[in-house]
Every structure is written in C-alpha cells, then in structure tokens.
Design a protein around this ligand. Structure first.
Ligand code: PEP
Ligand code: MG
Length: 574
C-alpha cells in the first residue's frame, strides 16, 4: 500500500504510532419480516445469546488482564444477565405470539429496563442501562453485525471515528488508546478539550470521508501537534517520528521539573498559572505539571456519566477529594454546564435548532433549582476548611446573575439553619463567555466577586461559529481582533472595579496568545495541565514591558491571520 498523508486540526499534542480501530456506532434497525415458528425464533435467540457470552468472556479476560478483575467485573455481570430466566421467559412469550427473535428481544429488553428504571433506586436504574447494553449486543449479533463499540478495543490502538461525544471520549481506556482522530469537531469541542486534559494525542476536523480512507487494522502515525496523519508509513518515517517523540518528551521533562516553581515574569512579577480539570485524577496530573490552583473544575461530567443527576453525597465526596489533592491551593468550581453539546440522558431535552444558543448552563440551573441547590450544597459543604470559589457559566445579564446568587444565598441559609458545617465565605464569580457579559462587566461587577474569561464560547458567540463544526473551523479565531477587544475590555473593566480577572478558555494555554494576554494584565491563566510547563517557561522569558509592547503591536493589526503571524514571529525570536 502507498503511504497516504492527511491533515486535520491539531487538537492535542503528542505523537502516536500504531494500529487503527475504526469506531462506527452502528444503527441497529429491526427488519420488518415474517417470523419463523416459535421454536425456530427461540433457537436463533439462544444461538445469539451464546455468541454474546463468548464476546463478553473475551472482554472480561482482556480488561481483567489489563486493569484488574474489579474493572472487568461489569462484563461478568453482563454475562449473568444473559442467563436471566426473566429475559428468556419474556422472549418466549413474544415469539409465541408471532414475533421474530429481534422484535421479541427488543420488546423484552424494553420491558425489563423500564421495570428497573422505575424502581426509584440508583442501583436498579443503573442496571437498566446495563440491560439495554446487553440487549443491544444480542440484537447486533442477531443482525449479523460486527462489534465496533469502544468496549471492543482490546489492543492498544489509535481510534478513528466520525465524531466522539464527550462521554465516548471519557469512556476511552487510556491504557488501550494511543490517540484519536475524528472527521468532525473543532479545537474547542469538548472531546478535544478532554483529550488535552488526558494527555491523549488528538486530531479533529479531518473532514467527512475519513472512514473511507482508512480501516481497522491499518498502521498509522499521527502527530497531534501538527495535525498530520500518515497511513501505512515506511520504516524511515516511523523512525523519524519516534525520534521527534523522544525529543519532545525529554523537553517536556525538563520544563516539567522547572514548573514546580511559581510562575514569574522576567521582571519578577508573579502570575497565577492554574489548571482546567474535570475530575480528581486530573487534579493529581495538574499538581504534577506545576498547577498553582484549579481555574476551572468542569463539574458537568458528573452529570453525564449516570442515568440520574449525581447525589449530594457523591458530589461532596468528589469535590472534597479534589480540594484535598490541591492541598489548600485555590479551586474554582464551575456549576453545571450541561446542554449545548453535553445533554445528559435523563433530562428531556427539546429538539433544538441551535443547542449552543438554547437550554444550557445557568439557564438549566435556574429552571431546575433543586438540581442547582443540591450542587451548591455539596460544594459549600466540601469547601469547609479549603480554598474554594464558585463560578456560574453562561451568564448574560445582571438579572440572571442576581437570581443565581439569590439561590446561592438561600442554600447558605438552609445549611446554617440545619447546623451543617460549610464554608461561609466562598467567593462567587462568573464566566465571561457571552459577548453580552463582556460588554457588561462593569454592571455585573455589582454581583460578581471575580471574572474568568471563557474564550471557547466567547469566540463561538462573537464570531457566530459553532465551536464543534469542522466545516467552519477556519473561522473559529480566538485571536480575532474582535475577540481580543472583548477580552481587553473585560480585563480593564474588571480591574477598574477592583476585581480579579482570570481566563479558563483554551486561549490561556496557547503560546501564541500568552504574550498578548500578559500585556493585557490578565491575573490568571488556566489551561490543560500539560500546557503548564511550556506556559511557565514562556512567561519567565517575558518582561511586563516587552509584553505590553507586543500587545500594543498586536492590537494595531486588523485580522486574526496578521496577529497570529506576528506572535509566531515573536515566539521564534525569544
Ligand atoms: C469556555 O467556554 O471557554 C469554557 C472554558 O467553558 P467550556 O469550554 O466548558 O464551555
Ligand atoms: Mg463555555
């Protein structure tokens, strides 16, 4: 085969070399056809069930070997479900009244899953999902389709998919994933953000047709820094990429050691460098990479991984663990930011023409105050004795902010009345990620203790460009003069009101942007943990005077391309 070179959007740094696993979630359509006799349909079901048992045993053994028996136990549980007499009984009932094995299976699974889901118990509700999963496996086998789910990855591979949802990405097993490449997605789509947090090489936005150009088992090289993918590389190419990988890794090791120290500019001014994380494991990673705090704890993954919102106790435990890992360093907890590209399965989401402009983030919290209050209680309780701050996402006006704060105050009163231990002095701030908030910072300062710029959404909304749409990803320009003016305006207006202004959008970790942001006087840069060593190194090379000079020059330019060219030149000269 001749080598093929393809290029996409570089989404997460790192080189991966290995075999491809094409992830193609299959639509399982039940064919409309006449059933055979009841015994014949039953025999088809039992044969498929046995095949499913063999598949599950294979998965159990692979996961047990790699991650231990506990991790693998889910596949054991699924095997037990296959033998459930209730399932077999229900299927027999349906085939006896003339249904095909596929129809009978799907009806029986639906009944059993609904029964479990309706039991008002967290454990049973979770089992309902498992029952559906088992049903899907048998149905796929009945339809004669191969297993292409992510759980079927048993050898370390590079995952290639049309797109990955945030939960797909979260379910990737790091031990079996060298990296991933998607046809869709943009630099700040949540799967790309998650890849950076996990330190997984990723390329997105390869364009549709990607899955026609490569198939499972092909051997490839990918470079998440340049966006290059080489199919069936020759030996020389493989050796070259192995060398680059080694050089980059040893540079990172040197920078990582230096990143243990706090960030200071070349003229000795302290600048806060924090990390964006989604769970406790990343908090440990953040500490290892020199984070001086957490500038953004994305709590929504807690809301996406289950069949119901997380309980107060579960949240309390997780937040507490993160605060403990961070050992007294400041942690900004963002309240749930679901909706948009992150809809949880248990909420009836209306079909929306524009989900990013729809029911998301603080809008959901204000409409569902019980879910919001549960989260605020958990954060405030966990924050006792720690250095925490709370941040609301997607605020666009003072009224909204006042309503959110009123709920926050009522939660504090309730905790006090119930004599529950909690942190009474937690500052409350907002993300500046809508253009409305950016131009209203002076007004919002009345009810916000601090601000953090969310440049992913701020760019999306300012440029009117969907952050996950590969087709228009070239227009997603966080260094566009319009976005930079809004950032400058936010920082200046926040400072004029005596407020701290940080940034937790992806721009804060981009070396091309850091000199400009430093010149704006940004108080804190929060980024994916692995970007921290390089950022601290760069800040250490810049004086405030130099940064202001760069900013002045950049702000006199008229397009994003001019600004990028200019800062790329500056970086090369440092
Ligand atoms: C942002 O919008 O910049 C941000 C940090 O939030 P998220 O990426 O989670 O939407
Ligand atoms: Mg956002």
């Amino acid at each position: 085969m001749t080598p093929k070179n393809l290029r996409g959007i570089p989404a997460s740094d790192g080189i991966a070399i290995g075999p491809v696993f094409c992830y193609i979630p299959t639509e399982l359509t039940i064919p409309v056809c006449a059933a055979g006799g009841a015994d014949e349909e039953m025999a088809r079901f039992t044969a498929a069930r046995e095949r499913a048992r063999v598949e599950l045993q294979g998965l159990y053994e692979a996961v047990a070997k790699r991650a231990g028996k506990e991790e693998a136990s889910i596949f054991e549980a699924h095997q037990e479900m296959l033998s459930d007499p209730a399932l077999e009984g229900k299927i027999r009932e349906f085939v006896e009244v003339g249904q095909t094995a596929e129809q009978a299976l799907s009806l029986a699974i639906e009944e059993l899953a609904n029964l479990l889901a309706g039991m008002d118990d967290e454990l049973f509700a979770a089992r309902a999902l498992d029952v559906k999963d088992v049903g899907r496996r048998i149905l796929r086998i009945l339809l004669g389709l191969p297993d292409t789910a992510l759980s079927a990855v048993t050898e370390p591979s590079i995952i290639i998919a049309e797109d990955l949802t945030p939960s797909d990405t979260a379910s990737l097993d790091p031990a079996l994933t060298y990296g991933f490449i998607t046809a869709q997605g943009g630099l700040t789509s949540h799967s790309a953000i998650l890849a950076r947090t996990l330190g997984l090489p990723a390329i997105v936005g390869m364009g549709s047709g990607l899955l026609d150009k490569v198939s499972s088992g092909a051997f490839i090289v990918m470079d998440g820094r340049t966006g290059e993918m080489i199919v069936e590389p020759d030996q020389e190419t493989i050796a070259r990429y192995k060398q680059i990988k080694m050089e980059r890794e040893s540079r990172l090791l040197i920078l990582k050691a230096a990143a243990e120290k706090d960030a200071v500019t070349a003229n000795g001014r302290r600048v806060e460098i924090a990390a964006n994380i989604g769970e406790a494991a990343s908090a440990r990673d953040a500490m290892e990479h020199g984070a001086e705090g957490i500038g953004l704890l994305r709590t929504e993954f807690l809301y996406l991984e289950d069949t119901q919102p997380p309980s107060e106790e579960k949240q309390y435990r997780i937040y507490r663990e993160i605060f403990e890992v961070m050992k007294g360093r400041p942690v900004i907890v963002r309240t749930l930011d679901i909706g948009g590209d992150k809809p949880p399965s248990y909420m009836p989401f209306p079909a929306e023409m524009n989900p990013f402009l729809g029911w998301r983030a603080i809008r959901i919290s204000l409409d569902e105050p019980e879910i919001f209050k549960t989260q605020l209680r958990a954060i405030l309780r966990a924050a006792a004795g720690h250095h925490a701050r709370i941040m609301f996402p997607m605020i666009s006006d003072l009224d909204e902010l006042r309503r959110a704060r009123a709920i926050f105050e009522s939660v504090k009163r309730d905790l006090e009345l119930a004599s529950v231990e909690f942190a009474a002095d937690v500052p409350v701030g907002i993300m500046v990620e809508t253009p409305a908030a950016a131009v209203l910072v002076d007004v919002l300062a009345e009810a916000s203790d601090f601000f953090s710029l969310g440049t992913n959404d701020l760019t999306q909304y300012t440029m009117a460009v969907d952050r996950g749409n590969a087709k228009v990803s070239g227009l997603f320009q966080p260094l566009h003069p319009a976005v930079l003016r809004l950032i400058r305006q936010t920082i200046d207006a926040g400072h004029a009101k005596g407020k701290w202004v940080g940034m937790c959008g992806e721009l804060a970790g981009m070396t091309k942007a850091i000199p400009i942001l430093l010149g704006f006087g940004l108080d804190e840069f929060s980024m994916n943990p692995r970007a921290i060593p390089e950022a601290k190194n760069l800040i250490g090379k810049l004086t405030d005077e130099k940064a202001r000079e760069i900013t002045g020059q950049a702000m006199s330019l008229r397009t994003a391309a001019e600004i990028e060219n200019y800062t790329t030149g500056i970086l090369a000269s440092l």
